[in-house]
Write a protein that binds this ligand. Structure first.
Ligand code: OXD
Ligand code: MN
Length: 596
C-alpha cells in the first residue's frame, strides 16, 4: 500500500477496502498521464467514444444507463442524529439504520473492480476557505470528471499532512463483477438500491448505486453544498448554490455578483454572459457554487470551490452562450449527447444541424425520429480555465467581495423582470419564497411550481428554517456591508405564450440597473413586492421591444401576487415552527402592501 502520512486516512482506506473487496486499490495523482490511461482503458472497454479530433480535441462521449440520468431527490438522505435537524425539507433516516442498510450494500460491492482513492481540494489548495475531501470510488468515469471539476493529487495530500482534516466521500456504482463477467458500459444499481447519503455530524458522505454526476462526483452537490451548508452554519460562513461573476462598468468600477437560480435555469449562461451594452465587461468566476466568508474588512468574500463546469448541454449554442461553446471545445467530457456520423457531438437547440447519428440511448437517430436525440439533462464537463472570459481572480485564494445577490427562478407569469428588496430581511424573504417551474435536472420533480428557497431545496443539509435564520444572522453580522438583494425572472411570457425578454447577453441591461442602484444613479418604483424599474429606468437602447411588452415585463399584478400568498403560507407552515419570526413578519408586510 502507498505510504500515507495521515493515519486517519490510511485507516479509512484500509477499512473501505476490507468492506468493498475491490480487486485492487489505486491512489490518484491527478496527472494528465493518469487521465489518459483511464480514458484509454474506457475506450478499450467500450465505455466511451473518442470524438472527432478536429472538432473536439481530447474529448469523449459517454452514454449513461437510461435510468441514471439525473439527481434522485427521493433517494437522497440527510441522516442527522435528530430528525428535527434535517427538517421537513430533507429525507431523513436514522444514521444507524441507514448505515446498517448501506453497509450490507457496500459489502463486496467493488468485486472485480479497481478502487480509486481521489484526494481533492474544493477551492484553491491551501486557501483558508477551501476544504479537502477524499473520494473513494469504483468508477473511472468519476475519476476523470473529478480531475476536471476539482483539484486532484499529491499536493492535496501534502496540504493534508499528518493530522489535517478531510471529508470522507465513499462512492460505488453498486455493480460488483463476478469472475469472467462482462462489464456494462455504464454500471449502476436499480433505483431502489440507490442511496445518496449524508451524515452531517460526521462530515461524511456515502453514495451508492448511481454514476450520474450530481450523485457521484461527491465534491459537488454532496460536499460543497449539503455537507458544507451544515459546516457553514456551524462555523459562521455561507455555502450557496450560486454562480459568481465580475461585472466591470465603462468607468472601470468592478461589481461582484452572486446569483442563485434552481438547477437548469441559466446559471451557466449568466455566469458567462456577453454584455450587449457598450463598455460593460463580464468575467466568470463560478457557475454553480459559492463559498463565502466575512473578510477582515467586514465584507463578504466568495470563492468558487470547483475547478470546472458540469453544464447542461441542450440549449447551449453560439447564440445562447458562446463562451461555454468555446470552453467545451477541447479537453471535455460529454454525457448523453448525440454522436453524429462525423464523431462530433450534438444536442437540441445547439444552433446547428445533425442529420444522422446515434442518440443518447445508443440507437440510430435522425431529426425525424420523433424523440430527442440528447437527454434534456445531457451534460458537458469542461475545465474552468478554458473559459475565454474566466476572471483572473477566479482561483484567488482570498476570493472576491460580493456586492450583489440575485435570486430567481423560471416563472412564465406573475414575476417581473427585476425587483430590488427594500432591505436585507425583505431580500431574505424573497430568497426564502423563490419558486420555479421544474426542469430536467432532477428525475422525480413533477409539480407545476415548486418553492425552492435560495435554489437550495435539494441541497440544504439541514432544517430550512434554521437556514433562513442563518441568512438573517449573516445579514446582522454584515450590517451596512451586506450585499444588496435583487430578484429576477428572465422567463416571463405574454398571455399568447411569447417570451417577453430575449435574455442571455441582454440580461446585462438588468445587471446595469442593479449596479446603478448601488451607485445611487438609477431609480425605480416602489411596489408591494419591492422596487421595480419603470421602463425609462432601464437602458433598453438598441432593443426592438415594443412598449406593451416592456410594460407587461415589469408589471406587478397585485391580484396575481395576492393569489399566491396562501401557497407561500402553506409552504412556510410545512416547514414548521423553525421559520424565523422575522420571515413571518416579512410575509405579513408583503400581505399588507398587496391588500392595502
Ligand atoms: C447541477 C444541478 O448539476 O443543480 O448543477 O443539478
Ligand atoms: Mn447546480
Amino acid at each position: 500500500m502507498k505510504q500515507i502520512k495521515n493515519v486517519k486516512l490510511s485507516q479509512w482506506v484500509a477499512e473501505i477496502e476490507k468492506l468493498c473487496k475491490p480487486e485492487s486499490v489505486y491512489w490518484c495523482n491527478g496527472s494528465d498521464q493518469e487521465y489518459q490511461q483511464l480514458m484509454d482503458s474506457m475506450l478499450a472497454s467500450g465505455a466511451t467514444v473518442l470524438l472527432n479530433e478536429k472538432k473536439h480535441p481530447n474529448s469523449y462521449l459517454f452514454r449513461s444507463d437510461p435510468s441514471d440520468v439525473a439527481r434522485v431527490e427521493d433517494r437522497t438522505y440527510i441522516a442527522s442524529v435528530n430528525q428535527d435537524d434535517a427538517g421537513p425539507n430533507n429525507n431523513w433516516i436514522d444514521p444507524r439504520e441507514l448505515k446498517t442498510v448501506m453497509t450490507k450494500l457496500y459489502e463486496g460491492c467493488m468485486r472485480g473492480r479497481t478502487m480509486y482513492v481521489i484526494p481533492f481540494s474544493m477551492g484553491p489548495i491551501g486557501s483558508p476557505i477551501s476544504k479537502i475531501g477524499i473520494e473513494i470510488t469504483d468508477s473511472p468515469y468519476v475519476v476523470v470528471n473529478m480531475h476536471i471539476m476539482t483539484r486532484v493529487g499529491q499536493a492535496v495530500l501534502e496540504t493534508l499532512g499528518e493530522k489535517g482534516e478531510f471529508i470522507p466521500c465513499l462512492h460505488s456504482v453498486g455493480a460488483p463483477l463476478q469472475k469472467g463477467e462482462q462489464d456494462s458500459s455504464w454500471p449502476c444499481a436499480p433505483i431502489e438500491q440507490k442511496y445518496i447519503s449524508h451524515f452531517p455530524e460526521e462530515n461524511l458522505i456515502w453514495s451508492y448505486g448511481s454514476g450520474y454526476g450530481g450523485n457521484a462526483l461527491l465534491g459537488k452537490k454532496c460536499l460543497a453544498l449539503r455537507i458544507a451548508s451544515v459546516m457553514a452554519k456551524r462555523e459562521g460562513w455561507m455555502a450557496e448554490h450560486m454562480l459568481i461573476l465580475r461585472l466591470t462598468n465603462p468607468q472601470g468600477r468592478r461589481f461582484h455578483i452572486a446569483a442563485a437560480f434552481p438547477s437548469a435555469c441559466g446559471k451557466t449562461n449568466l455566469a458567462m454572459m456577453k454584455p450587449t451594452i457598450a463598455g460593460w465587461k463580464c468575467e466568470t468566476i463560478g457557475d454553480d457554487i459559492a463559498w463565502m466568508k466575512i473578510g477582515q474588512d467586514g465584507r463578504l468574500y466568495a470563492i468558487n470551490p470547483e475547478a470546472g463546469f458540469f453544464g447542461v448541454a441542450p440549449g447551449t449554442s453560439y447564440a445562447s452562450n458562446p463562451q461555454a461553446m468555446e470552453t467545451l471545445k477541447t479537453n471535455s467530457i460529454f454525457t448523453n449527447c448525440v454522436l453524429c456520423d462525423d464523431r462530433d457531438v450534438w444536442w437540441e437547440d445547439m444552433g446547428v444541424e445533425c442529420r444522422h447519428g446515434i442518440d443518447w440511448k445508443g440507437r440510430e437517430w435522425t431529426p425525424a425520429s420523433g424523440e430527442k436525440g440528447a437527454h434534456p439533462n445531457a451534460r458537458f464537463t469542461s475545465p474552468a480555465r478554458q473559459c475565454p472570459v474566466i476572471c483572473p481572480d477566479w482561483d484567488n485564494p482570498a476570493g472576491v467581495p460580493i456586492d450583489i445577490f440575485i435570486f430567481g427562478g423560471r416563472r412564465t407569469s406573475v414575476v417581473p423582470l427585476v425587483t430590488e428588496s427594500y432591505d436585507w430581511d425583505h431580500g431574505v424573504y424573497m430568497g426564502a419564497t423563490a419558486a420555479s417551474e421544474p426542469t430536467a435536472a432532477a428525475l422525480d420533480v413533477k409539480s407545476r411550481l415548486r418553492y425552492d428557497p435560495f435554489a437550495m431545496l435539494p441541497f440544504c443539509g439541514y432544517h430550512m428554517g434554521d437556514y433562513w435564520q442563518h441568512w438573517l444572522d449573516m445579514g446582522d453580522k454584515l450590517g451596512k456591508k451586506a450585499p444588496r438583494i435583487f430578484y429576477v425572472n428572465w422567463f416571463r411570457k405574454s398571455p399568447e405564450g411569447k417570451w417577453l425578454w430575449p435574455g442571455f447577453g441582454e440580461n446585462s441591461r438588468v445587471l446595469k440597473w442593479m449596479c446603478e442602484r448601488l451607485e445611487g444613479r438609477a431609480n425605480g418604483a416602489e411596489t408591494p413586492i419591492g422596487l421595480v424599474p419603470k421602463p425609462e429606468n432601464l437602458d433598453l437602447d438598441g432593443m426592438s421591444l415594443n412598449d406593451e411588452d416592456v410594460k407587461m415585463l415589469l408589471e406587478v399584478d397585485r391580484k396575481a401576487w395576492a393569489q399566491e400568498l396562501p401557497d407561500i403560507e402553506a409552504f412556510m407552515k410545512k416547514l414548521g415552527s423553525k421559520v424565523p419570526k422575522r420571515i413571518h413578519l416579512q410575509f405579513e408586510k408583503q400581505q399588507k402592501r398587496l391588500t392595502a
